[in-house]
Design a protein around this ligand. Structure first.
Ligand SMILES: Cc1cc2nc3c(=O)[nH]c(=O)nc-3n(C[C@H](O)[C@H](O)[C@H](O)COP(=O)(O)O)c2cc1C
Length: 416
């Protein structure tokens, strides 16, 4: 398979509310040239019809391991061999649990044990179900077993709750799959060590209160994934609530700006390219109180004293033999002017600026638009999914800084 246009994809649909979006996934994959066959979990038919999925995929939908006609020729094994990729979207908590534990009591889970194809699981469920320790440990198991996960996203849910567990949007899922299945992506970043920071930081005031911001970590994660898919060795320093990472990316979870700064500094020696995407809090409460501050009789809440946090990116710039440094600027007014100034002030090689005053891009959104500013010029990127923007940014950074040709020794002399 040299691209999505040659892919034979099984789309497994489980019995979750987001199944109403699955026909869009089929259409999107087919528009890119993939052949898609749909398999229902035992409960998917309660949310979408076989008729719809048959019409959009152009193939009968299978949902029964005990289909006498299909199984006369061991149809489930044939189907498993036919697929060069399996995507499960939505994946319910129930099916995730079954898959993580190797169950094979229905067609979909049986196929997964019989396939050698890469499997992408797209969790989709209520935030409490997602955050339940059973689901979390099942997802860790899945990733340890080599399954890839996509999402979930954070936001408003069908049940009225707010939080993580929403299925990643169909266009983002398709971008993800397209990048993965394209062996046309040249492995130009092989041997290049990339470090990415992503997400917000959380600055604690007492055990239950903290200051944070709206960053979701999606853009940082997309950049880390894009660098990984071009062969780079990637370390992700992730703030709170950053979505799970796929196999192959070394991840360190941190909470505060101080922890992020320390994690970055500890691993900087081997880094060739540092991309600081995280929205690091500029200030933290001057005092951390070990016990919850009482509402009455304490002015720590009404007169909150703040102190400056370490500047993670500026501290990377101070290091001798520093890597190439790319920063991010989320601005709400005059973004280009502020970003140009910030690049010079921080002494970094490039800055990527996005206008977060537009709610359809930037923080927490699945889409973004940005401008990359470097010494030699500026490149504007149109609004697109954060996944495809991540890939475009990595391509540009590779060209601008000749990353594929750059040897570590060369980097050290140029920045010494
Ligand atoms: C209205 C409704 C919506 C549901 N939505 C979800 C969901 O989004 N995610 C999920 O994991 N389970 C959801 N469930 C529960 C699953 O349908 C249930 O766990 C079922 O056993 C899953 O079966 P399957 O994994 O074979 O598809 C929902 C149930 C109902 C009644």
């Amino acid at each position: 398979m040299s691209g999505i246009n040659e892919a034979n994809i099984i789309l497994g649909i489980c019995g979750g509310i987001a199944a109403y979006k699955s026909p869009y996934i089929v259409r999107g994959l087919k528009e890119r040239g993939a052949d898609v066959r749909v398999v229902f979990s035992p409960n998917a038919h309660k949310f979408v019809t076989k008729t719809t999925l048959q019409a959009v995929s152009g193939h009968p939908v299978r949902d029964n391991l005990w289909d006498e006609n299909a199984e006369a020729s061991m149809g489930h094994i044939e189907l498993a061999k036919w697929a060069n990729m399996i995507l499960i979207a939505p994946a319910t908590a129930n099916s995730i649990s079954k898959i993580a534990n190797g169950a094979a009591d229905d067609l979909l889970t049986t196929l997964l044990l019989a396939t050698e194809a890469p499997v992408f699981v797209t969790p989709s469920m209520n935030q409490r179900m997602y955050l339940h320790p059973s689901t979390q440990s099942n997802l860790v198991k899945l990733r340890d077993l080599g399954y890839f996960t996509i999402g979930p996203s954070d936001g408003s849910q069908a049940c009225g709750d707010e939080g993580p567990g929403r299925m990643t949007e169909p266009n983002e899922i398709i971008d993800h799959i397209a990048r993965h299945c394209s062996t046309e992506i040249p492995q130009n970043l092989e041997g290049v060590n990339v470090m990415v920071t992503a997400g917000p930081t959380r600055e604690r005031l007492d055990p239950v209160r903290y200051i944070t911001n709206d960053s979701s970590g999606k853009q940082g994660l997309a950049i880390a994934n894009a660098a990984k898919s071009k062969g780079a060795t990637v370390t992700l320093i992730a703030g709170p609530n950053v979505e799970p990472t796929n196999p192959g990316i070394f991840r360190i979870d941190v909470e505060s700006a101080i922890e992020m700064n320390n994690a970055v500094q500890e691993r900087l020696k081997e880094t060739d390219l540092f991309i600081g995407v995280a929205a690091v809090a500029d200030y933290r409460p001057a005092n951390f109180l070990k016990e919850k501050i009482k509402r009455h009789g304490n002015n720590s809440l009404t007169n909150l004293e703040l102190t400056e946090n370490p500047d993670v990116i500026a501290n990377v710039a101070k290091v001798k033999n520093r890597p190439i440094i790319v920063g991010f600027a989320a601005e709400t007014n005059d973004p280009l002017k502020h970003a140009r100034e910030k690049r010079i002030r921080k002494g970094i090689d490039a800055i990527i600026v996005n206008d977060v005053s537009d709610p359809s891009i930037g923080f927490n959104s699945t889409e973004n638009a940005a401008t990359l500013i470097h010494e030699g010029g500026e490149i504007a990127f149109a609004k697109q999914s954060k996944i495809s923007l991540g890939a475009e940014l990595i391509d540009q950074l590779e060209n601008i800084f000749s990353l594929s040709k750059r040897q570590k020794s060369l980097r050290q002399t140029s920045h010494a």
